[in-house]
Design a protein around this ligand. Structure first.
Ligand code: UT7
Length: 349
């Protein structure tokens, strides 16, 4: 009798499926990169640096900058979302939730996620922002997945969008060479083929507070003439300390998700690391004894775009990804925050 009802009514069948264990899949990815390019040669005119040093120490050739003063992270996020809706054939009305990972929201209040919903025509969706610095996309992906896993949501968009040029001090050669502007977005849905997110490992440690920060502008040290005069509204980091913590944190997190899943590193088709420094990426691969050819790298073109780096990699490598490929995403950032997510790619482009 019950079986008969289920077979006759697809809606009931769906509800039953939802009550089981739901696997959450990324079913589309898109990104937005602003047109204007800031090259190492351009930076040589601003600070005492040179292309050879930047290439050797960081591996960045150029980064894209959103020059229009009237546009910021919400605009870039919305451009990525509009492209995502189009390429996945998603009706904007069907999207229920949008989470935006960012450290450069358009305003302190309101949030950026709801601005993105409005700009991209997601008339039924609600949104909220999430700040986990360079690990923001990982934390937002893990968060968004829970809404689908709980069976309460069917279409969630996760965005990473950062206009890093707005918090970069272009008189400080140790930071201004690093950052770029961009946004990336993924669509999350219940998996139809059992492929999707498998293991999530996230970590935080307040020991990072004084190693990577924007000193003022928060409630502890609100902006004032003095904080602006001291350039405290720009991002600053103790690069060497963060470098070592990033290599260790990402390598350990990747190992953790691989071992929890019962895999070996040879089972992993791609590692998708946060793009902060080519040498960090290379060191992580070496620590894992993992071939660099299977690590997604595009830092040379975009620099460190904070919450956007991972979706930007997925977007660029999407044509090479096959249904069933095993990926480990990993990131490290301010806080400290770090982690890894192991997933099986659920579709072929
Ligand atoms: O994304 C969130 C997490 N962030 C990261 O993971 C970033 C981690 N850190 C790094 O990527 C690197 O530490 C940096 C790229 C920030 C710096 O590279 P480094 O190899 O650690 O350089 P350093 O800070 O040890 O500086 C070495 C030298 C210094 O000169 P002295 O003291 O040896 O004479 C710096 O003043 O390089 C100098 N330097 C530069 N020289 C030319 C620093 N920046 C520059 C520059 N051009 N842009």
């Amino acid at each position: 009798m019950i079986l008969g009802l289920l077979l006759l009514n697809p809606k009931i069948l769906y509800i039953c499926a939802m009550s089981g264990d739901i696997t959450v899949a990324i079913t589309g990815v898109h990104a937005f990169v602003p047109e204007d390019v800031l090259t190492n040669k351009d930076l040589e005119k601003l600070v005492d640096t040179n292309d050879a040093w930047i290439m050797e120490r960081v591996g960045i050739k150029e980064r894209h900058i959103l020059k229009d003063p009237d546009k910021a992270s919400a605009f870039m996020g919305a451009e990525a979302v509009k492209g995502l809706l189009q390429k996945t054939g998603t009706d904007p009305e069907d999207v229920e939730l949008l989470i935006c990972a960012t450290v450069t929201g358009d305003y302190q209040v309101p949030d950026t996620a709801n601005q993105i919903c409005k700009l991209s025509g997601l008339s039924r969706a609600y949104g909220f922002d999430l700040n986990a610095a360079c690990s923001g996309f990982l934390f937002a992906l893990a968060t968004g997945a829970q809404f689908i896993k709980a069976g309460t949501h069917r279409k969630v968009i996760v965005v990473g969008s950062d206009k890093m040029s707005s918090i970069t001090d272009y008189t400080d050669r140790s930071t201004c060479i690093l950052f770029g502007d961009a946004a990336g977005a993924v669509l999350l849905e219940p998996s139809i083929n059992e492929f999707g997110l498998e293991q999530i490992a996230l970590y935080g440690d307040a020991a990072g507070k004084d190693m990577l920060r924007i000193k003022s502008g928060g409630s502890l040290r609100p902006p004032s003439e003095e904080t602006v005069a001291h350039r405290e509204h720009f991002v600053w980091q103790d690069g060497r300390v963060v470098f070592k913590a990033a290599v260790k944190g990402m390598a350990e997190a990747v190992k953790e998700v691989i071992s929890r899943a019962g895999y070996q590193s040879a089972d992993i088709d791609w590692i998708v690391p946060h793009q902060a420094n080519y040498r960090i990426i290379k060191s992580v691969a070496e620590m894992l004894d993992y071939p660099l050819e299977k690590v997604m790298i595009n830092i040379q073109k975009y620099g460190n775009t904070t919450a956007a780096t991972i979706p930007l990699c997925l977007w660029e490598y999407e044509p090479q990804l096959k249904e069933g490929d095993k990926l480990v995403l990993t990131a490290f950032g301010g806080g400290y925050t770090w982690g890894a997510i192991l997933l099986t790619w659920a579709y072929q482009k």
